[in-house]
Structures are given as structure tokens and as C-alpha cells.
Design a protein around this ligand. Structure first.
Ligand code: UT7
Length: 340
């Protein structure tokens, strides 16, 4: 399983996703808060998002994993590790990874949750990659899932229009083929950004009380304008950095797979990378910002419709609370046999 450098390389070998049926459209928001479809579309790119009415983040992750296992023709008992990126775990503990493990019947797996907000999936992929590349594990399931509706204040027009619920998953396995797999990663965090995007209540600093509930501390707080300014630079910089490190131009990249927070942030990133708009995976219009799920949801959707092919060069790129941000460069490893 060694590549041409004698190192084991990790590759994504299966994908799956799940989004709930209930749609919350911009027209619905016009009835809930002082907003318009036109404002939401032009400022964010969002038209609608999905809402999980019954169930929790583990249900989103479990359903995505079930699709992945079916696609891969694999039994849940073969899974060795489960990493769940989320900011909306079912509970503070046990880890949502354990709840998903039980739901899907992955009896032999160990696992844990990873909290890195909108960069959660990129960070989890970077961690999972190491577990494969050291040779210690034969597969790692990386799930990005968030029920953002559970921490959204639907009276706050600044934030409620942004978020939605979804889950998606990828499987990492070692590959012996030198021309596919995860190639490089650039990851950052900057805690000085913490004050611009957070949920204050429910943790050890502000355990839940009547007061924390009255003050709406269990909802997302975001100073959108401040986050926007940093995100637009951060996501573009880190994407350009990973391209430079690997001597890539815009022509060498087949897809930018960006975190879906705002279409204007995605556009700025694409322009900086010098790539054509047709090479950007965008589904923010359908799902809004699903936090840890955005990037794997794109990967799974594009693979399912046959647009993502073996050998494609991808840059995954994210920016989120923390601040956390990062990019991963990879070469896609497998076609959809039903679409070739
Ligand atoms: O995923 C994690 C990282 N998060 C992000 O990357 C999000 C970054 N931020 C953003 O995407 C944008 O800042 C928002 C979409 C959140 C807001 O867009 P903006 O262009 O920065 O708007 P703004 O906050 O500067 O607000 C402009 C105006 C304000 O009115 P005034 O003060 O100019 O009179 C807001 O009160 O738009 C008003 N506004 C709204 N109007 C209609 C804010 N929300 C709404 C709304 N409908 N839903």
C-alpha cells in the first residue's frame, strides 16, 4: 500500500450524504422575520435550507453513513474508526461518534468527536489521514454533521437565514496507487477570533441556568460583518497557499470544494485561485450553511451525479469559528460506476 515515495497514502474511497425533507425557503423567512428573498439571495446566495424536525445530529450522520456503506458494499462492522466533526453533538457527552457507532452497528470501531466549527470536516480529514498514513488503521470514517436548527434563534434575522441541517460522510483507506489520495494540507487557528462567532451557553463557562436561557446564550452569536472580512481573506489565502506549495495554477485544479457560508466568500476565493466558476462546487442555494457537513455534502452530491471523476484535482477549503481555517489538496480516487 505504499506510494512512489514509499509512504502509505490515504484516499477517499466512499461517500454518502443525508439531508432532511423539510424545506425552509426564503419566502418562509419573509413571514418569520423582517427580511426579503432578494436580500438573502444577493447577500448570501441561499434560497432554501433543510430542517430536521425529529431526531438529532447522530441521525444525520448515521443516515449519511448508511448511504456510504451501501455505495461501498461494506459492512458497518468493518469500520475501524469514526471521527465526527460537529458543533451540535446530540449531547455534551457521550460523543456523537459513539451514538452513530451504535446506530449503524459498527461494533468494532472506536471514535471521537472533533469540534472545529466550519473547519471541522477539513480538520477531521487531516486527523483521519494520519491514522491511515501511519499504517495503524485500514479505514477511518469521517463524518461532518450538524443540526444547526437546534442552536439557531429564529427571531434573529442576522443569523437565522444562514443555517441548515445535514450530514455527510467519507471513508478514508490506504491506497497503493501513486496518483490518487490526499496530498497536502494547510491548517490554522486563531483564538483571537473567538469573540465574533460563538455559542456562549451550556459549556463549563456558562452552564445552563434560567438566566442563560433568558439571555438566549444557547443560540449562535455571530458578528457577521467582522467574520466576513476575515473569512474572505483567510479562505482565499489558505487556498492560494496550498496551490503555491504544490506549484499549481488555476488550470491544474478541477474543483474548488469550499465551505458554504456565503457565495460572496466563495467567489472571492475562486478569483484569488484563478479558476473558472464552472470548477466550483456550490450547493449553498439548496442547503445554506450546514457547518461541518458542507464540504462532504458537496463531494457526495458531485460524485453521485457523476461529475466527480477519478484523477480530478481538488482543493477543499474552509473558514469558521475559532477562528479555524484550512485547505486540503487531493486527487480523487474513484468513479461512480452507475454514471460512467
Ligand atoms: O460559516 C462560518 C463563518 N461565517 C461566515 O463566513 C459568515 C460571514 N458573514 C456573512 O456572510 C455576512 O456578513 C452576512 C450574510 C452574515 C451579512 O451580510 P452583510 O453584507 O455583511 O450584511 P450586514 O451585516 O453588513 O448588514 C447590512 C444590513 C444591515 O442594515 P443597516 O445597518 O445597513 O441598516 C442589517 O441590519 O442588512 C441588514 N440585515 C438584513 N436585512 C434583511 C441583516 N440581516 C438581514 C436580513 N434581511 N436577514
Amino acid at each position: 500500500m505504499n506510494n512512489s515515495n514509499g509512504r502509505i497514502r490515504a484516499a477517499i474511497t466512499a461517500v454518502g450524504h443525508y439531508f432532511p425533507e423539510k424545506i425552509l425557503s426564503n419566502a418562509d423567512f419573509e413571514k418569520m422575520v423582517d427580511t426579503t428573498d432578494e436580500w438573502i439571495r444577493t447577500r448570501t446566495g441561499i434560497r432554501e435550507r433543510r430542517i430536521l424536525e425529529h431526531g438529532a445530529t447522530s441521525d444525520l450522520g448515521a443516515k449519511a453513513t448508511e448511504m456510504l456503506l451501501k455505495n461501498r458494499g461494506m459492512d458497518a462492522e468493518e469500520i475501524e474508526v469514526i471521527i465526527v466533526a460537529t458543533v451540535t453533538p446530540d449531547m455534551m457527552f457521550p460523543p456523537t461518534a459513539c451514538i452513530i457507532q451504535e446506530k449503524i452497528g459498527a461494533r468494532r470501531a472506536w471514535g471521537f468527536d472533533l469540534s472545529a466549527a466550519c473547519s471541522g470536516f477539513v480538520f477531521a480529514l487531516a486527523v483521519g489521514r494520519q491514522l491511515i498514513e501511519t499504517g495503524s488503521h485500514k479505514n477511518v470514517l469521517v463524518v461532518g454533521a450538524d443540526k444547526m436548527s437546534s442552536i439557531t434563534d429564529y427571531t434573529d434575522r442576522n443569523n437565522c437565514i444562514l443555517f441548515g441541517d445535514a450530514g455527510a460522510a467519507v471513508l478514508l483507506e490506504p491506497t497503493g496507487e501513486p496518483d490518487v489520495g490526499l496530498i497536502d494540507q494547510v491548517l490554522y487557528c486563531d483564538g483571537s477570533g473567538g469573540k465574533y462567532l460563538y455559542m456562549a451557553g451550556g459549556g463549563s463557562l456558562h452552564p445552563p441556568t434560567h438566566e442563560t436561557v433568558d439571555k438566549k446564550m444557547h443560540y449562535i452569536f455571530q458578528d457577521g460583518k467582522s467574520v466576513f472580512k476575515v473569512a474572505v481573506i483567510g479562505m482565499a489565502d489558505v487556498s492560494a497557499e496550498i496551490m503555491q506549495r504544490n506549484n499549481l495554477t488555476g488550470n491544474d485544479v478541477d474543483y474548488l470544494v469550499p465551505h458554504q457560508a456565503n457565495l460572496r466568500i466563495i467567489d472571492a476565493c475562486r478569483e484569488r485561485m484563478g479558476i473558472d466558476p464552472s470548477k466550483v462546487m456550490i450547493n449553498i442555494d439548496k442547503y445554506g450553511n450546514t457547518t461541518a457537513a458542507t464540504i462532504p455534502l458537496c463531494l457526495s452530491e458531485w460524485w453521485h451525479c457523476g461529475k466527480l471523476k477519478r484523477g480530478h484535482t481538488l482543493v477543499l477549503s474552509s473558514f469558521g469559528a475559532g477562528y479555524t481555517w484550512g485547505a486540503i489538496l487531493l486527487k480523487w480516487a474513484f468513479d461512480n460506476p452507475n454514471k460512467s
